[in-house]
Write a protein that binds this ligand. Structure first.
Ligand SMILES: CC(C)(COP(=O)(O)OP(=O)(O)OC[C@H]1O[C@@H](n2cnc3c(N)ncnc32)[C@H](O)[C@@H]1OP(=O)(O)O)[C@@H](O)C(=O)NCCC(=O)NCCS
Length: 168
């Protein structure tokens, strides 16, 4: 397991670095909800990225916790835990990592760190949703013994943090 990966609670300074990582190393659709307009990192889309994180994680009443992922001290992506309405104790997990860092074990390390954070925040279950074509997420979860099950067009998993191999 890589030891040069850290999760740092997002703040305005890290958000600027996260925007840089996103613009230089990721596709907008991998890291934020769709924004209408021409493809790519237009000024409008960059502003929407900042506004998205400010409203969801840095406001007075945040709806989720976002972490900047650092690799050897440099911001390389983001991970989040979002409490799920109507499901007490359950948080939805989300992760993106810059292209230049993918396939090198960062995602695997981030998943472990994110589950530790979820436990520390007293969540008992972490929910993941992905698409059938996302081979990296499927491999990452399968290596951890997590079964994804079809749910409409998505594949989803509920990872129990309190019992069994998925929660260890
Ligand atoms: C999904 C993501 C977070 C995985 O992070 P990562 O750092 O690439 O993952 P790792 O290097 O730890 O690899 C995890 C597993 O996926 C496999 N993998 C990684 N990239 C892959 C690819 N492009 N195609 C197929 N398998 C891949 C690895 O081989 C590894 O499997 P293994 O343990 O059986 O060898 C990253 O690819 C990403 O940010 N993708 C874009 C955003 C995204 O899809 N987020 C998830 C939404 S649910």
């Amino acid at each position: 397991m890589r030891t040069d990966i850290k999760l740092c609670l997002l703040n305005q300074h890290l958000l600027a670095e996260l925007l840089h990582a996103a613009v230089t190393d990721a596709d907008p659709l991998e890291v934020m909800p769709p924004v209408k307009g021409p493809d790519g990192w237009t000024p409008k889309r960059q502003a929407a990225f900042v506004q998205f994180h400010e409203s969801r994680s840095l406001s007075a009443d945040p709806v989720e916790t976002t972490f900047a992922i650092t690799v050897a001290g440099k911001v390389a992506g983001a991970a989040r835990l979002c409490p799920m309405g109507g499901q007490p104790g359950t948080a939805e997990a989300g992760v993106w990592i810059g292209r230049s860092h993918r396939g090198a074990g960062v995602g695997t390390a981030v998943l472990e760190l994110l589950l530790s954070r979820a436990r520390a925040e007293d969540f008992t279950t972490v929910y993941v949703s992905t698409t059938p074509d996302n081979t990296a997420v499927r491999s990452l979860l399968s290596a951890r013994g997590v079964d994804l099950v079809p749910d409409g067009e998505a594949l989803t998993a509920h990872m129990n943090l309190t019992t069994g191999p998925q929660g260890t």
